[in-house]
Structures are given as structure tokens and as C-alpha cells.
Design a binder for this molecule. Structure first.
Ligand SMILES: O=C(O)CCC(=O)C(=O)O
Ligand SMILES: [Fe+2]
Length: 346
């Protein structure tokens, strides 16, 4: 049975940036109990060309010689800085082999110089690794788009606060995100899935999961073949989400829009009022899909490693992590990474 295709609730940038306008009805429609858990923002100045500039670099990055990509790897951060391919196991132990990623903090190159912190929270505290010789344009393009998606996401966080966090005082999502040093950009490259009929599942490109940060900003993906842009040959390919009522739907939004979905720490901080959005990515199928690649960019907006998370009574995400009192976001992340990667830290 095929899943329905649904468009995101769209909020214009002009509406979003005016703090005096109450857009709680749209937040409710998109993020509330009957929503998809994803909304998109249209008409963000400068966004369209920045998206194209960055996504066009992705196939080039993925096709760099293996030894160059190896120099961009950081095993110490469990491949959460620099290049990562085939390391992550999102869905019940299944490795995502068709997905290559490049991770960096677009705001701060060196979050700290304290060695103890780098050892404790290597995925956030280690320095960025840029391909300054092999692909020098990447750094500025990645940082500029990451910063723009963060700025727009902070405006959205302010409206989420009005809707769900009013009583939390200094625990407001916007303020937590403003003071964080942990935001992480991820440039994603999906390798062509040329094994016709082999993996027909919905999560053939990226396994089902929820993001563990607060809000994830997402560009609309770009499809290419041998690096040349083309329309996606299979309307069933792309991002799927599971709604709070348990329905699985394919989600679409415009190339000129930035989508934002809810991560686990927003669910925790909002006491369950805003739920993390389970999602996966399906590869195109059929002969026309041969050689088709997908590139996209995600910005994980997340609390600082030091930020304390207090779990509410009821929470759907990672029951095994529930602390007795509170847990720092940095420790929470390490526990999540223990689940998704081999070689847990001891
Ligand atoms: O490729 C996408 O559209 C989503 C990627 C994703 O879910 C992630 O990186 O966490
Ligand atoms: Fe995700």
C-alpha cells in the first residue's frame, strides 16, 4: 500500500520574523498533535542560491579520492566531525551504506581548547576538519548556509516557545539554542541505489529515526546523475515521516523553502507537548533511477553540551536514557551515539 504525499504547513519569512504576530495556529497545525511534525519557511532572503551552491558541491565531495576522504575522517568523534560513510546504524542495527555525510559546526571551528572536554564530548568539542586543499569552496558555503538556517530556526524557536514553553522561564527553546556551542551541519550525499529490487523498503536510503537535537533545518534535496541536476525519476522517493497518529506519509516542500522538524530534546523540554518526528528516506526505484544520487543539508540545532535536560513523566524517545534527575545534553548525546555506532566508549 502506498503512503499519501502531504505538503508541509508553510510560514512565510515575513510572518516568522515579526515577533508581534501570533502564528500559534500554524505552529499547532504543523507541530501540534495532529500535525506532521514538520513545517517549512518560504521566501527567506538569499536562501535559494546558497542552497544550490552548497548542494552542487556534494557529489564533488563524495567523489574525492578515498585517501583524501580518509584524511577528513575523525574516528574519535565517532565520525560526527568531517567525513562519514557506512558507520551509522540507525534502524535496529542496519548500516546505512548508501549515505555519505560531511559534518561540521557552521558557527564555531574550535568549540573549546579544554582537552578534558574534547575527551568527554568528542562529537561536539573537537575542531572542524575542512577539505581546504581538495574542495576549498566548501567551508564558506557550508558556514553561510548553516548560519542562515540557524537564524531562521531561532525565529521559529521563538514561536515554539509561545506555543509550548511559555511557563519554562529561562528554559525557553530560543534562549537554549542561542547560547549553545553545539549546532551541527550535515551535508548528505546518497549514493545511487543500483541494486534493483534488492531493498524495496521505505527506509532504503536512510533508516527510521528521530533526530536527537531540538530542531532540524532541512533543505529540499537535489537529485543528480553524474553530477548533473535532474528531476527525481520516482515520485515515491524522498523523505517520509510518521505522524503522531501513526500514519506514514511522504512529505514534500518547495526548493525555495527551509523545512524544520522536531528533535528529541524539544520533546523533552516541552514536556511532551511537541513530539520528535520519526523519519526516513526512500531511494528511487525502477530503471530510470539507475545512477541517480541525492544531496541535501541538515542543520541540527541543539542545546549546549552543558545544558541540563529534565525528562518529563512521559516521553516516547530513548526510554533507556531516562536519568534519575537531569542529564546534560552532552552526556545524552554520547548515550545516543552508543546505540547508533559500533565501538561504544567505555
Ligand atoms: O536526507 C534527508 O532528507 C534527511 C536526513 C536525516 O534525517 C538526518 O540526517 O538526520
Ligand atoms: Fe534525521
Amino acid at each position: 500500500m502506498s503512503s499519501p504525499t502531504v505538503s508541509t504547513v508553510t510560514i512565510s519569512y515575513a510572518e516568522l520574523k515579526d515577533r508581534s504576530v501570533d502564528i500559534s495556529d500554524k505552529i499547532e497545525l504543523g507541530f501540534g498533535s495532529n500535525g506532521l511534525g514538520i513545517v517549512s519557511i518560504s521566501d527567506v532572503p538569499g536562501y535559494v542560491s546558497l542552497r544550490k551552491n552548497l548542494l552542487r558541491l556534494t557529489p564533488r565531495l563524495a567523489s574525492l579520492p578515498e585517501e583524501v576522504k580518509m584524511q577528513l575522517e575523525d574516528a574519535n568523534s565517532r565520525y560526527n566531525i568531517g567525513w562519514s560513510h557506512g558507520k551509522e546504524k540507525l534502524e535496529s542495527g542496519k548500516q546505512d551504506l548508501l549515505k555519505g555525510s560531511f559534518y561540521a559546526n557552521p558557527i564555531i571551528d574550535v568549540p573549546t581548547t579544554e582537552i578534558a572536554l574534547v575527551q568527554r564530548y568528542p562529537s561536539y568539542c573537537g575542531p572542524n576538519i575542512w577539505p581546504r586543499d581538495a574542495l576549498p569552496e566548501l567551508e564558506l558555503t557550508f558556514k553561510t548556509l548553516g548560519k542562515l538556517i540557524l537564524d531562521v530556526g531561532l525565529l521559529l524557536a521563538n514561536h515554539c516557545d509561545r506555543y509550548a514553553f511559555e511557563t519554562h522561564g529561562d528554559g525557553s527553546l530560543e534562549r537554549i539554542l542561542v547560547r549553545s556551542r553545539c549546532h551541527k551541519g550535515r551535508l548528505l550525499y546518497y549514493y545511487p541505489s543500483n541494486r534493483i529490487g534488492e531493498d524495496d523498503s521505505m527506509s532504503s536510503w536512510c533508516g527510521w529515526h528521530t533526530d536527537h537535537g531540538s530542531l532540524t533545518g532541512l533543505t529540499c534535496a537535489m537529485f543528480t546523475k553524474n553530477g548533473v541536476e535532474l528531476p527525481c525519476p520516482d515520485s515515491g522517493a524522498g523523505l517520509y515521516v510518521k505522524t503522531r497518529s501513526g500514519q506514514i506519509v511522504k512529505v514534500v516542500y518547495g526548493e525555495d523553502e527551509i523545512a524544520y522538524q522536531i528533535g528529541e530534546t524539544t520533546e523533552i523540554l516541552s514536556g511532551g507537548k511537541l513530539c520528535a518526528t520519526p523519519h526516513c528516506v526512500r531511494a528511487p526505484r525502477g530503471e530510470a533511477a539507475f545512477g541517480v544520487e541525492r544531496s541535501t543539508f541538515a542543520l541540527f540545532m541543539q542545546p549546549d553540551w552543558d545544558e541540563k535536560l529534565f525528562f518529563p513523566e512521559v516521553v516516547n524517545v530513548h526510554e533507556f536514557i531516562r536519568p534519575n534527575g537531569s542529564i546534560s545534553f552532552g552526556d545524552y548525546t554520547e548515550k545516543v551515539l552508543d546505540k547508533y555506532y559500533d565501538d561504544p566508549k567505555t
